[in-house]
Every structure is written in structure tokens, then in C-alpha cells.
Design a protein around this ligand. Sequence first.
Ligand SMILES: [Zn+2]
Length: 149
Amino acid sequence: MKCPYCQSAETKVIDKRDLSEEASTRRRRECLKCGKRFTTYEKVERIDLKVVKKDGRVEDYVREKLKAGLVKAVEKRPVTEEQIEEVIDDIEQRILKRQSKQISASDIGQMVLTRLKKIDRVAYLRFASVFLEFESLKDFAKQIKDFSK
Ligand SMILES: [Zn+2]
């Protein structure tokens, strides 16, 4: 990100805001060379991907939706927004490497779970119960049992 005033590449982010309605992130930056401040907007890149839900419905993949699920799962847990973004970036890259334009919701869920498990186990269980739509306590117990593996 170059400074629009002096073209220096040395800038720092002083404020960041997600504008979810516009699918963009607003960053307030300061140039470390000339000290001027400017704002950048980073558009969320739309991934051309369809998600097949458990009931067979097909929806467009929406990063913000996935993120919302993660944010909910890590509520009051020691997990930073950066960690969440990293998890999603990692998953999106994995998905993009596939040739298929479709992925099942449970595949995405599993990818999240694999990563969340290493970060925070409470968040992991919360996400598992919501995203995988546990139908019974048995499912839940099975997830907890999987921890010992
Ligand atoms: Zn500058």
C-alpha cells in the first residue's frame, strides 16, 4: 500500500473497520515517511463458489457469513480477529486449489473445525454444534471424544 502523497510504501494501519454491508474493509493509514494520513478501502474478493447445504439447497459462498459464524464461536474467547481472518484465508486458499466450483457446507465446517481445534477448544465445540447442526447429544459427545484422538 503506497502513500498517495509521497509514494512511500512504508505505511501503518491506525484504524480498521469492516463495512460488511459493502463487503469492504476501511483502513485508516499513516505514512511513516511524510506523516500524512489517508484511507484505503479493500474490497472483499468474491469467490466464485457454491455451497451445498445439508438439505440440498445451493447458496453462493459468502465470506462474511462464514466469518460471522466464527466470530460467534469465539465470543469472549482469547481469539483475535486476525486469527479468524487467517483461518478463513487458509480455507479459501484450500478451496480455490480444488477444481470444483461446489463444496458442501459440511466440508467447509470440517475445515473450520480442524483449524479451530488448534486455536481454542471451546470455540471449536461452539462452532461444531452450530455449523454441523448437531442433531443429538450423541453427536456432541462424539466431538468431545474426538479430542482424545
Ligand atoms: Zn507519504
